[in-house]
Design a protein around this ligand. Structure first.
Ligand code: SAM
Length: 213
C-alpha cells in the first residue's frame, strides 16, 4: 500500500549521492538520464551501466524483495569491480505514481518498459503501465527527442502499447530501420531476466520504440 512508500516531495529532495557513490564528484554535474521502469531483477540495468559508463541509469521496482535484490547485486558488482557500476542504482517505488517526484521536466533521455506485467483481463487494463493517463507524465519527464523502449512477449499488450503511444500527440513510433540500428535493441531481447526466460522458452518478442516529439 502507498503508506509504505517513502517518496520525495520534489526531485530536489532526492539524495542522489546516496544512490551513486561518485555523484557529488561529477564535474560537470550529471543527472539520471535512463530509467528502467519495473526493472525486475536488474539484468538490463546492469547491461545499461556497462554500455554507457558515463551516464546515470536508475531501475525502479515496486516489489521490496526484488528491489533489495537489485541493490545488493549492484553493491556486489561495485566491490568486485572497483570503479565500475557506480553509474547504476535501484529504488523501490511505484513508478506509476511517483515519477515526477524523482525527475524534473525533460530530464530523461530514455525510458525502458521491458516485459511489463500484461494484466490480461479487461477490468485490469487500467493497471497497465502504459496507459492514456500516464503517457503525458512520461512525456513530461522525457526530453524532446528522448526515446521510450517497449518489449513484451504478449502480442495483445504490444498492440495496446502501440495503439496508445501512436494516439498520443507527443509520441511517434520510430522506423523499423531505426529500431534495428539502435545499439540497445539487441540487448532488449535477453539481458533482462524476463527476456532471457522468453528466449529459453523460444517465445515471441514484440519490440516498439517511440520518440518524444
Ligand atoms: N523488466 C524486468 C525484466 O524484463 O526482467 C521485469 C519484468 S516483470 C514481468 C514486471 C516488473 O514490473 C515486476 O518486477 C513488477 O514488480 C514491476 N512493477 C509492476 N508495476 C510497477 C510499478 N507501478 N512501479 C514499479 N515497478 C512495477
Amino acid at each position: 500500500a502507498d503508506h509504505c512508500f517513502d517518496y520525495p516531495a520534489h526531485p530536489d529532495d532526492v539524495q542522489w549521492k546516496d544512490l551513486y557513490p561518485e555523484y557529488d564528484a561529477y564535474n560537470p554535474p550529471k543527472k539520471v538520464e535512463f530509467a528502467d521502469i519495473g526493472c525486475g531483477y536488474g539484468g538490463f540495468l546492469v547491461t545499461l551501466g556497462e554500455m554507457f559508463p558515463d551516464r546515470l541509469a536508475i531501475g525502479m521496482e515496486i516489489r521490496v524483495k526484488v528491489s533489495d535484490y537489485v541493490m545488493d547485486r549492484i553493491k556486489a558488482l561495485r566491490s568486485l569491480h572497483p570503479g565500475k557500476y557506480n553509474n547504476i542504482a535501484c529504488i523501490r517505488t511505484n513508478a506509476m505514481k511517483y515519477l515526477p517526484n524523482y525527475f524534473v521536466k525533460h530530464q530523461l533521455d530514455k525510458m525502458f518498459f521491458l516485459y511489463p506485467d500484461p494484466h490480461f483481463k479487461k477490468a485490469k487494463h487500467k493497471w497497465r503501465i502504459i496507459n492514456q493517463a500516464l503517457l503525458s507524465e512520461y512525456a513530461y519527464v522525457l526530453r524532446k527527442g528522448g526515446l521510450v523502449y517497449t518489449m513484451t512477449d504478449v502480442e495483445d499488450l504490444h498492440k495496446w502499447i502501440v495503439k496508445h503511444m501512436e494516439e498520443h500527440p507527443l509520441f511517434e513510433r520510430v522506423s523499423a530501420d531505426e529500431e534495428a540500428n539502435d545499439p540497445i535493441t539487441p540487448k532488449l531481447y535477453q539481458s533482462s531476466e524476463e527476456g532471457a526466460k522468453v528466449v529459453r522458452n523460444k517465445g515471441s518478442h514484440f519490440l516498439a520504440i517511440f520518440r518524444r516529439l
